[in-house]
Design a protein around this ligand. Structure first.
Ligand code: MLT
Length: 286
């Protein structure tokens, strides 16, 4: 499906009914990376997965795209779809966007799931490398990014060639202008670490134990800083953990959802820090 919101055509998937899950993909990917979650959760949830501005089948716009601009696009889509507050699931760059969304629109969240992502901003070196890559994409084409990133998306020990080919396929449709915009937006993104302590919704942090793009230590640090957050590291999984180990990922998300984002193990440690009534299911009325 496609709709014009916030000044651009946004492509999205919208299936099922129930407490809404909004799935936000990473860079330079698209909503197809969530196909195994859409199938698994649509029986109990409304599952919405957009292509971010300039990626997948969504329209691109010239210039840098800030994480808050991506978050505004999500908000506009939610408004159009009449979702009300959602459980926002963000992978990698989608996690940067999810944190920007949590900062800008806290009342539109019921829960937060941060996958293979981090809260800190780029070092000056990383930001400079992103700007140089954006320049190369402008002068050559998007294959510069696809060739560099595709081999790092799965666990180093994963020898599944069909899966590796599927990951490359996810990256191909992205428009060079969209790739450049996202690279420049990530290079300029603010440090979100100070926002973490203010998150007041149930939060689940998931990472692939063998992620070579964003180390799992970043997930550990986020889970420590977010009141009541639960952390799961999935073994034998790399950066694209939800696609690479869908059974383990879906089980982890399913259990967390079934406990209303408040598993007994995390309750013991930090439930006192969460305001009453913030449990996912308590807050949800169909
Ligand atoms: C992603 O998967 O979204 C990117 O690797 C994030 C990044 O480059 O920081």
């Amino acid at each position: 499906m496609r709709v014009k919101v916030n000044g651009l055509q946004v492509a999205y998937t919208d299936e099922g009914a129930g407490l809404p899950l909004l799935l936000v993909h990473g860079f330079p990917l698209n909503r197809k990376t969530w196909s195994k979650q859409v199938e698994a959760f649509k029986a109990r949830h409304r599952v919405i997965a957009p292509d971010l501005r300039g990626l997948g089948q969504s329209e691109s716009t010239p210039g840098p795209v800030s994480m808050s601009r991506f978050a505004e696009d999500l908000h506009a889509l939610m408004d159009y779809l009449g979702t009300g507050p959602v459980i926002l699931v963000g992978h990698s760059m989608g996690g940067y966007v999810a944190l920007a969304f949590a900062h800008a629109f806290p009342k539109m969240l019921r829960g937060l799931v941060l996958v293979g992502t981090k809260a800190g901003k780029d070092t000056p070196e990383t930001a400079a490398a992103r700007r140089a890559t954006a320049e190369k994409v402008r002068n050559v084409d998007a294959s510069v990014v696809v060739d560099a990133m595709a081999p790092k998306m799965l666990a180093p020990t994963n020898t599944d060639e069909a899966m590796a080919a599927a990951v490359r396929e996810f990256m191909i449709p992205s428009h060079p202008e969209g790739i450049i915009g996202a690279l420049l937006g990530m290079a300029d993104r603010p440090d979100a670490r100070n926002w973490l302590g203010k998150i007041r919704v149930p939060t689940l942090v998931i990472a692939g134990a063998d992620d070579s793009i964003i180390p799992p230590s970043e997930s550990e640090a986020m889970a420590e800083a977010i009141p009541g957050a639960k952390l799961t590291l999935i073994p034998k999984a790399g950066h694209l953990v939800a696609f690479e180990r869908p059974e383990a990922f879906n089980e982890c998300l399913r259990v967390w959802l079934a406990w209303g984002g408040d598993e007994p193990r995390s309750r013991k440690v930090r439930i006192s820090e969460r305001p009453a009534g913030s449990n996912l299911m308590e807050a949800w009325s169909p």
